[in-house]
Design a protein around this ligand. Sequence first.
Ligand code: HEM
Length: 406
Amino acid sequence: MSVVPTDFSVLSEDFAAAPYRYFAQLREQAPVHYEPAIDSYFVSRHEDVKRVLTDHELFTTETLQVRAEPVMRGPVLAQMTGAEHTAKRRIVVRAFTGSALQDQIRVIHANAAELMAPFLPLGRVDLVNDFGKPFGMHVTLDVLGLDRKDWQQLAAWHNGVVEFVTGLNLTPERRRHCIDRAERLEAYLLPVIEQRRRNPGDDLISQLCTAEFDGVAMSDREVTALIINVLVASTEPADKTLALLFKHLIDHPEQMAQVRRDPDLLGAAIAETLRYTPPVQLIPRQAEKDAVFAGTTVPAGATVFCMIGAANRDPDAFTAPDTFDIHRPDLGSARSFTAAAQHLAFGTGLHQCVGAAFARAELETAAEMLLPLLDQVRYSPGFRYQEAGLYTRGPVALSLDFTPVR
Ligand code: HEM
C-alpha cells in the first residue's frame, strides 16, 4: 500500500476526483486526519466512526448551529436532544412509515412512470438529470404537500441550502448567496404554513403545523426548519443512490441478471450500493471533551467529520470491502435499513436517518419499474462517467441507452 502523501488534503482536487483511492491509506496510516485549513479532524475507521456517532455525551451535533441553522432558518432535528428530539422525530417518522408509506408507494410509482414516459421511445435517458433529480424532488414534495409544478424553483433554492450545509470552505460571497436562496425558500413556505394551520390536510406540513409538543404547537420557525430539513435530507441522496445502483449493476452484469430474474434481490442491491458508495460521505460532530483515537487526541471543541465512505470499506467491518456483492453475508440486508445496520450510510445512534424505510421503498419502486423497461441497458456511446462532491457524492450524469419502447 502506498503512503499517505505528506501534503495530503481532503480539500485537494486529487482527493475530490477519486476519494476511494485514499481510504485504505487513511484508515491504516492516518485514521484521524487533521485538516488545518478548516481546523477539522477526519476519522475513517468503522470502529471510530461508530464511536463518534453513538457516544452522544462526548460528540454532539452542536456544530450544526453554524453549519445548518442559518439556511434551515431554525434548529433542525439533528440538533435536538432528549424529549424534544423524540417527539418531533416521531412526527416525521409517522409520515414516512406504516400505512402512510403504503399510500405513498402508489404515488411514487405513478410519479416514476410519468417521468420516464417521454424517454421510452427515444431509447436514451440521463438517469441523474432527466429522471433522478425531478423524481427525488416530486416524491418529497408530494409527502410534504407542496406543489409539484414549482419543483424547479424549489430545487434552485434547495441547491443553495445544500451548498451551504455541505460546503467545507465557502467564500463569504457564496455563503451570502446560499442564505439568500434559503430566505426565498422560507418566504415561499410561510404562506403555505399559514394556510395549513387554518385548513390542515393529511400531508406532512399539516401534521407539523397541528402537532403539539408538551401542549404547545410548533412555531412557524420550527415548522419551516423541519420542512427544509426533510426536503434536503430526502432529495439530496435520492438521484445519487438510484444512479449508483444502476451503475453498479451495469458494471456487474451477472448481478444485474440475478436482480432482473428476482426483483426481491433489489433490497440487497440497494443496501450494497449504500455500503459501497454511500451518497452521504461525511457526518459532522463536535467533540465536547478531549477524545483520543489510536493515540491521536482530538481536542475539546473541535469539529470531527466521520468519513462514511471509508468506514463502509473497512476490512475490519466487511470482508473484501472493495468488492460490490449483493450477496455478501456480512451486509445483513434484512437489517440494512434499520438501526442494526452494519453499514453506516444512514448514520447510526440517536440521529440515524428517519427516512431509511421510505428511501428503500422509493428506490425499490423506481428500480422495479425501470428494470423491465430498460431492456439491454448500457452506457451511451462516448459517455464518460464522473462523480462529484465531498460531503454528498454521486454521478454528475448517467447517460444510458436501452431498447426503445414503442
Ligand atoms: C438513500 C437515502 C438516504 C440516505 C443515504 C440518508 C442518510 C442520512 C444520514 C447519514 C443521516 C444522519 C445524519 C447525522 O447523523 O447527523 C440522516 C438523517 C436524517 N435523514 Fe436521511 N438519508 C436518506 C433518505 C432520507 C429520506 C427519504 C428522508 C425523509 C424523511 C430523510 C430524512 C432524514 C432526517 C430528517 C434526518 C435527521 C434525523 C435526526 O437527527 O433525528 N433521509 N440521513
